[in-house]
Design a protein around this ligand. Structure first.
Ligand SMILES: Cc1cc2nc3c(=O)[nH]c(=O)nc-3n(C[C@H](O)[C@H](O)[C@H](O)COP(=O)(O)OP(=O)(O)OC[C@H]3O[C@@H](n4cnc5c(N)ncnc54)[C@H](O)[C@@H]3O)c2cc1C
Length: 268
């Protein structure tokens, strides 16, 4: 379908973007990979699309004991970050590499993926295990929201109308840690039927998050991941029943933990 008529404005800086977003039904656009399809379906009919793709929030840098990922960093750009060569952070490029196709990875951004809040999106699971937090900016100021509190449900987040994600802060894992992301994808859409991220620390303890099986990606409570999955509120659809998704999740969780444990031995 053809999107409803709209206006296009390119923001020159953050203040300009927030000013443009003051218009009722204005919508930010970064890579357009999720927004354009929903505009074509006329699920979204923004009065104006505010292009934020030229803002400075791109790339990865280390500040103190945190890594900061700019929300405008594309999936492809996440593949070549020297810091992610560390086994403790290997889950980030491993996850990014499996997202969509080449065009999607060249255009789609990590911030756009988070804001879209697809319940089967891959990277939130990785960011959950790493304990990442988002910096959100609006005309009212700035706030920090852990990724665990950001996605509320399918396509729903805590993001307010005139708020933008301006930073993704990832605490540097302890030496001797390893991370991994494993998923089983739907053969047509490429989205995860079940995906699992794991961060294994130097003491052997694992923090695990899953995606694709519920209304939002979530952390598994406790050390007994199988029991945590048995009590989780898993959904089924015409592609995969809840029972099948739960079983698949237990397989990807086991594989992610095994791979992350192996990587922890290589991390220094
Ligand atoms: C064919 C296809 C395959 C895909 N496969 C996968 C997959 O396998 N795994 C996966 O996880 N995802 C997948 N995706 C989703 C993809 O990751 C997202 O479309 C992409 O990351 C969105 O980023 P974008 O920059 O294009 O966002 P846009 O489309 O520009 O924006 C999406 C939403 O985010 C908002 N937004 C964008 N940037 C910001 C910001 N900085 N602050 C606040 N709000 C913002 C926009 O207003 C809009 O509501 C797929 C998408 C397509 C079309």
């Amino acid at each position: 379908m053809i999107p409803a008529a709209t206006r296009y404005e390119r923001a020159s800086d953050l203040d300009h973007a927030l000013e443009l977003l003051a218009e009722p039904d204005a919508k930010a656009i970064a890579g357009g990979q999720s927004l354009i399809p929903v505009m074509k379906l006329r699920i979204a009919r923004p009065s104006v699309v505010v292009d934020i793709s030229r803002l400075e929030f791109r790339g990865v840098d280390v500040r103190g004991d945190e890594l900061h990922i700019g929300p405008l960093t594309t999936w492809d750009e996440l593949l070549d970050v020297p810091e992610f060569g560390r086994p403790a952070l290997a889950a980030i490029p491993e996850c990014a590499r499996g997202i969509g196709d080449l065009q999607l990875r060249n255009m789609g951004t990590i911030g756009g993926g988070l804001a879209h809040a697809d319940p089967a999106s891959d990277m939130p699971a990785v960011l959950l295990t790493l304990g990442a937090a988002l910096e959100l900016r609006s005309p009212d100021g700035e706030r920090t929201v852990p990724v665990a509190d950001f996605i509320l449900g399918p396509f729903t987040s805590t993001l307010a109308d005139r708020e933008l994600i301006t930073d993704i802060a990832v605490p540097t894992p302890l030496p001797g840690s390893g991370s991994a992301y494993v998923s089983v994808e739907h053969p047509a859409s490429g989205f995860a039927l079940a995906g699992a991220a794991a961060l294994v620390g130097p003491d052997g303890g694992a923090r695990v998050a899953v995606t694709g099986i519920a209304g939002r990606p979530f952390l598994l409570a406790g050390d007994d991941h199988r029991t945590a999955l048995e009590t989780a509120d898993v959904f089924g659809d015409r592609f995969a029943s809840a029972e099948y998704r739960r079983e698949l999740a237990s397989v990807v969780v086991r594989r992610a933990v095994e791979r992350a444990s192996q990587r922890a031995k290589e991390d220094s």
